[in-house]
Design a binder for this molecule. Structure first.
Ligand code: XMP
Length: 318
């Protein structure tokens, strides 16, 4: 019978046999899958596992520094690379969702390739691919492989794509990944994190992206997510976040009229992200969150709640 402990023992033994004394490169995203994959490999080969954690400038508020610290605290051999400026530059002026995704994928590949090339004699690329990613073949949360293909069908693959692939989670499901993580002592909060799209806040800022819009959305998102945690609602939700809409709305402040940004809040229940229902969050919670956002985040004067299910809507807005 399958147990998390037996999975860990067997996988660590397999990894040792397979990888030996070779160096392995792994991109950490802050998500559950890449973290659990990293801890398994770390158990097997220690500091021969070289982790790279890229800040694309589109993560949640404080996420880059907080998560990097957490990784270091876990003993992982991890290098943080703050490439925010490169990503924002490449995104400047782009409004089309697929163009934004492509730009982010391209910069990610360039940054990751530069870093991977600095690890001398690396032989393997480790990935946090899980079973649903394998069967879907085009993974949703599973990383940049589709983008890599669309970008490098001319001119050859980046160097890291020529490494041998090792995927310790490719036979198991998300709930099993969490159980394996728990049995290895990974922090429960980290294991319980909501899914977060690779392109991050870029696809939650509808229209073009500026550093000011990123800042506004990070503040709004932090108020919403922290509120969910404080109210004991976070773990009842599959995924939640805020969307910055590309419209201004009229408001009043004292005697003055304002003309400021609108944000939408989204919280869904789901088991796999393929279908999803909007969550019936308590009115009191919504009321408090809306007041907090409008009072605390300069530039926002209206909050709406998304009551659409998937299908026919999607979880993200673009
Ligand atoms: P949708 O919006 O298609 O989202 O209902 C389903 C799940 O996929 C995530 N998502 C993405 N993840 N890159 C990713 O890594 C993307 O471009 C992307 N688009 C959507 C979304 O957050 C949800 O969990």
């Amino acid at each position: 019978t399958w147990t998390p402990d037996s999975f860990v023992d067997e996988t660590v033994a397999d990894l040792k046999a397979k990888v030996g004394n070779d160096k392995v490169v792994l991109g950490l995203s802050g998500g559950v899958d890449s973290t659990v994959a990293a801890v398994l490999l770390h158990k097997a080969i220690g500091s021969n596992l070289h982790c790279i954690f890229v800040n694309n400038g589109l993560l949640r508020k404080n996420e880059y520094t907080d998560v990097l610290k957490q990784y270091e605290g876990m003993g992982l051999n991890v290098k943080g690379v703050d490439a925010s400026a490169r990503f924002l530059n490449e995104l400047a002026g782009l409004s089309d969702p697929e163009a934004k995704r492509k730009a982010i994928g391209k910069v990610f590949i360039d940054v990751f390739d530069d870093e991977a090339n600095q690890i001398e004699d690396a032989k393997w690329l480790a990935q946090g691919t899980i079973y649903p990613d394998v069967i879907e073949s085009v993974s949703v949360n599973g990383g940049p492989s589709a983008t890599i293909k669309s970008h490098h069908n001319v001119g050859g693959l980046p160097d890291f794509m020529k490494l041998k692939i090792v995927e310790p989670l490719r036979m198991i499901f998300k709930d099993e990944v969490r159980r394996v993580g728990k049995s290895m002592g990974i922090d429960a909060e980290l294991l319980g994190r909501h899914p977060f799209p690779g392109p991050g806040l870029a696809i939650r800022i509808l229209g073009d992206i500026t550093s000011e819009k990123v800042r506004i959305l990070q503040e709004v998102d932090a108020i919403f997510i922290n509120g969910l945690k404080e109210s004991g609602l976070y773990n009842k939700v599959w995924q939640a976040g805020a969307i910055l809409l590309p419209v201004n709305s009229v408001g009043v402040m004292g005697d003055e009229r304002t003309y400021e940004k609108v944000v939408a809040l989204r919280a869904v229940e789901s088991t796999d992200g393929m279908t999803a229902d909007w969550v019936n969050l308590p009115y009191e919670f919504l009321q408090k969150t809306s007041n907090n956002i409008i009072n605390k985040v300069k530039g926002v004067n209206r909050v709406v709640y998304d009551i659409s299910s998937k299908p026919p809507a999607t979880i993200e807005w673009e």
